[in-house]
Design a protein around this ligand. Structure first.
Ligand code: BES
Ligand code: ZN
Length: 453
């Protein structure tokens, strides 16, 4: 182990330079204009896995390609599936970035670029640790199978087919994902629960064209007004989601878990100040942490319709659209609740507007087994690399593959996040601490050893 660690420490600068190269590729999955860059990113990764000594390939899908790579010569040792994603969120609003999103810059001990923490920098820690083991020792203590997809940020819609079609090839004992965060600076964490998600889009259409609001206003339904009315019905005055049946399958928080959450250090005032808001707002009766990690939500992500250009324009618009996501907790089902949401909106629709409802994606929530031997191995590896034992946390984000891995391959996932929630993931000025990048790589190198023993 020492020689692997020494090698990683001696090659830190090269590791950062290599990550910068990957970050330079604008692999935005949501926008088809970036498609050639998706292929370039996949190619970059497959080449690196191959040069590290793995057997690697690009697997085409109906959407963006998946990179698969494996090294399976550790006879009798456990097999670990390492999942990550090379796609990134759109960089917009671009003018809010201090340095351009795809020109990775080093400042203040951090690397600044879209995808730095989510997820290229994190996935790269595993690529580097595996490469180091193979270079220094000629072998790994475990078998590894990398699945690095290009559609995580748009809902992983083609990943399930890949998992189902390749059940045997992907057979493994445990999965590892670094796509979450530490609890805070100097407080590494293992995430044992993630929220699920459902995503949809609703369009209301009223008159067949934009109309003069003086000539027609008041006598025909205004789809923007109607959409806002529908949206206002989504929550009751306790800020609970008002869709019938929404909470039926929610596993209530236990007193024990609430106490565990409350025992974690959390300065709510500082947290709010950083966000520029003066209060945490959400479901009555729950703390901010409980609301974020263990309670479901319904959020409008974007709303558009009518005239949004400069100056006034007096119209009754023809259409209005909202993009809506719900975060789900165990045991809520995304498909069932998408239908419940659709029916709720439909049943509250006024005459004079038509509704179109489409589904974008869905993913189930997940909870891991805290008592597993894999969990113990992960704790030990993190403690060695970070110098602190990890805390156990849930998080509010979603990684749809976790539930799919459990369902299709029957494995649990270790969510070992090296990032920080303050890394501006999905925001302008995304960054990743170079120290966390190196510590994560070290923890990954230790993990292979710990999982084998
Ligand atoms: N890395 C995030 C998920 C995450 C972030 C989990 C922080 C926990 C803490 C991931 O890339 C992501 O953003 N996922 C999407 C999934 C969705 C598009 C299906 C999300 O959560 O919005
Ligand atoms: Zn991610």
């Amino acid at each position: 182990m020492q020689n692997v660690t020494d090698f990683l420490n001696a090659n830190r600068d090269a590791a950062v330079a290599e990550l910068q190269e990957l970050l330079r590729i604008p692999s935005v999955s949501a926008d088809s204009a970036f498609k050639p860059h998706m292929a370039a990113a996949a190619e970059f990764i497959v080449n690196r896995l191959t040069s590290a000594g793995l057997t690697a390939e690009i697997v085409p899908t109906a959407g963006h390609p998946i990179v698969y790579g494996e090294w399976t010569q550790a006879a009798g040792a456990p097999t670990v599936l390492i999942y990550g994603h090379y796609d990134v969120q759109p960089p917009d609003p671009i003018e809010k970035w201090t340095t351009p999103p795809f020109e990775p810059a080093i400042r203040d001990g951090r690397i600044w670029a879209r995808g730095a923490t989510d997820d290229k920098g994190q996935v790269w820690t595993h690529v580097l640790s595996v490469a180091a083991w193979l270079q220094v020792r000629g072998s790994l203590p475990v078998n590894v199978k990398f699945v690095i997809e290009g559609e995580e940020e748009v809902g992983s819609n083609n990943l399930e087919t890949f998992l189902r079609d390749n059940r045997e090839k992907l057979a493994c004992d445990v999965a590892v994902i670094s796509d979450t965060a530490q609890y805070g600076p100097g407080i590494p964490a293992i995430t044992y629960g993630l929220r699920g998600i459902l995503a949809c889009e609703v369009t209301l259409t009223g008159p067949n064209r934009d109309l003069h609001s003086g000539v027609f206003g008041g006598a025909v339904a205004n789809p923007v007004n109607e959409l806002c009315r529908l949206i206002s019905l989504l929550h009751d005055d306790q800020r609970r989601v008002a869709v019938p049946g929404f909470y039926d399958d929610v596993k209530p928080l236990t007193d024990e878990e609430r106490a565990q959450f409350a025992a974690l250090p959390f300065n709510e005032a500082a947290w709010l100040a950083d966000l520029g808001v003066n209060a945490s707002v959400g479901e009555t009766g729950y703390t901010a942490t409980e609301r974020r990690w263990a309670r479901p939500t319904c959020d409008v992500n974007g709303i558009f319709g009518g005239y949004t250009g400069e100056g006034p324009k007096t119209i009754v618009p023809s259409t209005a659209t909202a993009k809506i996501t719900c975060r789900l907790v165990p045991d809520q089902d995304p498909h069932q609740l998408t239908e419940a949401l659709r029916q709720f909106l439909e049943s509250n629709l006024s005459p004079g507007v038509k509704m179109e409802f489409s589904t974008a994606h869905g993913g189930s929530p997940s909870m891991a087994d805290l008592g597993s031997p894999y969990m113990a191995a992960a704790k030990a590896a993190i403690e060695q690399a970070f110098g602190n034992a990890p805390v156990l946390i849930r998080e509010g984000g979603s990684i749809p593959v976790v539930a799919s891995l459990a369902e299709i391959l029957g494995v649990e996932t270790l969510l070992l996040g090296w990032g920080q929630n303050s890394d501006n993931l999905h925001s302008p000025d995304e960054h990743f601490s170079i120290e966390d990048f190196h510590r994560g790589t070290l923890a990954s190198a230790c993990l292979w050893q710990e999982l084998a023993s």
